[in-house]
Write a protein that binds this ligand. Structure first.
Ligand code: ZN
Length: 321
């Protein structure tokens, strides 16, 4: 009987893949550079190769694999198995990922959005266990999110429900790739936070980060803001505070709209942890509806960079049923 599931997290930088047993314990795991610039054919062949290799190193055969789940960034149609567009993948247009994988492997493949597979992971295997009303926010280069309402993952008509990152926070704000401006993700993300820092420095404020980077804005990172914050750097504290407040206002809207029991904050930038989250909690306490806010915890994610792989495997098994 097939007992193993493959979970893949296809990122712009790396392809992360793992084989899980029925309890979602990792049997084998790997990560290789995506090399997205070499085009979709190269990426698809690379995935085929690492899956084949992963099965071989686990001393398993194709017949042992029940199904495979894949998290892919960008616009997609999960029912069709079609990846429509992915911003960090050049020439990536209408790639029928499921059909291609079906040509390589006899087990079924299911795809979903990268943030949504993270959501499945945290919901069933991380901070979200036992909750029926849950919102996941991922803070990385941008701000991603996924929503579970009454025990169901929300998709919407075009599978684009829950784009909290494009919630408009300012009528005329920083321009966004979506064509609008003032979107939450332009402020609350690694890139957004660094831009806030650069804006402050351009008005003549001084930060230790300038010494660390030789005044070169292109070398400034969100991690440096956290480090400078810990050293009591005034500008870094201001940046953290403002970022936390904007996220707090955004999440007040999310709390009022969806009445979640828990909001889980994950992604690379969530390493800022309580430096950021205590300001977020303070803000939602003042601005969200009281009853809803009191019913909602705001907490860090548990699975870190592995949420996507585990979530993709969980999602595939759900779809198989
Ligand atoms: Zn936007």
């Amino acid at each position: 009987m097939s007992e193993f599931t493959i979970g893949i997290d296809l990122g712009g930088t790396n392809i992360k893949a793992a084989i899980f047993n029925n309890e979602y314990k990792t049997v084998a795991e790997t990560s290789v550079p995506t090399e997205a610039v070499k085009g979709p054919n190269h990426v698809m062949n690379k995935m085929k190769d690492i899956i084949t290799e992963l099965i071989a190193t686990s001393h398993l055969s194709l017949a042992d694999i029940k199904c495979m789940g894949m998290g892919i960034p960008g616009l997609l149609d999960p029912d069709e198995g079609l990846s429509i567009f992915s911003p960090n993948f050049p020439d990536w247009e209408n790639i029928h990922v499921v059909n291609i994988m079906n040509r390589f492997f006899e087990f079924p493949t299911f795809i979903d959005n990268d943030v949504r597979v993270n959501l499945y992971g945290e919901w069933r295997h991380g901070s979200g266990i036992g909750y029926d009303n849950l919102v996941l926010i991922t803070l990385g280069t941008g701000l991603g999110s996924g929503i579970i309402s009454n025990g169901k993952v929300m998709y919407g008509k075009t599978s684009s429900a829950g784009e909290v990152g494009h919630m408009n926070m300012y009528r005329e704000g920083r321009p966004c790739k979506c064509g609008s401006s003032g979107c939450l993700g332009r402020y609350v993300s690694a890139v957004g936070m660094v831009n806030t820092l650069i804006e402050k420095l351009s008005t003549g404020q001084k930060s230790i980060i300038q010494e660390w980077t030789g005044q070169d804005p292109s070398r400034m990172t969100a991690k440096m803001i956290s480090d400078a914050y810990d050293l009591g750097d005034k500008v870094a504290i201001e940046v953290m505070h403002e970022t936390g407040r904007i996220l707090g206002f955004g999440l007040s809207n999310v709390i009022n709209l969806f009445n979640p029991e828990i909001i889980i904050v994950g992604g690379g930038m969530s390493a800022a942890g309580d430096r950021l989250l205590h300001i977020v909690r303070e803000t939602t306490a003042k601005h969200a509806l009281k009853l809803s806010n009191e019913a909602c915890k705001i907490q860090e994610a548990q699975l870190g960079g592995r949420a996507g792989m585990i979530g993709a495997a969980i999602y595939a098994n759900d779809r198989l049923k």
